[in-house]
Design a protein around this ligand. Sequence first.
Ligand code: HEM
Length: 228
Amino acid sequence: MKKLIDFYNSSIGKKVTMSLTGLFLCTFLLEHLIGNLLLFAGEETFNAYSEFLVSNPVIRFVEIFLFASLLFHPLVGLLLWISNKRTRPQKYEVYQLKENTPLASRITMLTGSLIFVFLVVHLRTFFVPLRLAEVKPSGYALVVEAFSSAPYCAFYVIALVFLAYHLRHGFQSAFQTLGLRTKSYIGLLDAVAFIFWFIIPLGFALLPIYFYFFQPATTAAATALGVH
Ligand code: HEM
C-alpha cells in the first residue's frame, strides 16, 4: 500500500493516473454516444434505453468509477499543472511552449476546465432530473426541451469543439505515458485517436444541431424540474 501511495505521489504516478482515468472516460464517451444516437430512433426507443440505465445495477456500479474518474482526472491534472509551473524555469517554459508544443497540448488545461463547466451544466440538465427527481421526467422530452434553445445548443457545440481539442492531445499523450505508443502501433493508434478526437465529438454535436433544426415532437412533457 505504501509503495502504491509513493508511486501516486511521484510525478509519473500522477501521469499514469491521468492516463488511466482519461482512457476510462474515453470508453464512457464511446458508450454514451452510441446510447445517445438512439435519440434518432425516436422517443420510445430512447426512453427504454434511459430506463435501462436507471434500473440496471451493473450500470450503477460502473458509475461509481465513472464519477470517481470525473473527479480524479481534473484534480490530478490540476496538481500536475501546478507542480510543472513551480518547477519549470519561466524563460525555458515560454520558449518550450511557443516553439515546440502543438496548440492542443498547450491549451489542455484550458480545454479541460471548460469541459468541466460543460459537465456541471450537462449533469444538472439531464442526470439530476432523470436520477434524483421524485417524478421521473421523460429523457427524450428533456433532450427536445434543452435543444430547442439556440444559446444552449451553441454552448454544446462550442464545448464539443473544446472536447475535440482536449482529446486530440490527451488520447495520444495517455498512450505515450503508458509506453504503448511504439513504432509498430503508431498507425493504428493514430486511426483510433482520430475516432476519439474527431468522430465522437462530431457525433455528439449532430444531436443539438438535429434537435434544434428539426424539433421532433414528443408526447411527454419535460416536467417542472426540466431544463434551465
Ligand atoms: C451532445 C449530446 C449529449 C446528449 C444528448 C447527452 C445526454 C445525456 C443524458 C440524457 C444523460 C442522462 C442519462 C441517465 O442518467 O439516464 C446524460 C448523462 C451524462 N452525460 Fe451526456 N449527453 C451528451 C453529451 C455528453 C458529453 C459530450 C459528455 C462528456 C464530455 C457527457 C457526459 C455525461 C455524463 C458523465 C453523464 C452522467 C453519467 C450517465 O448518466 O451515464 N455527455 N447525458
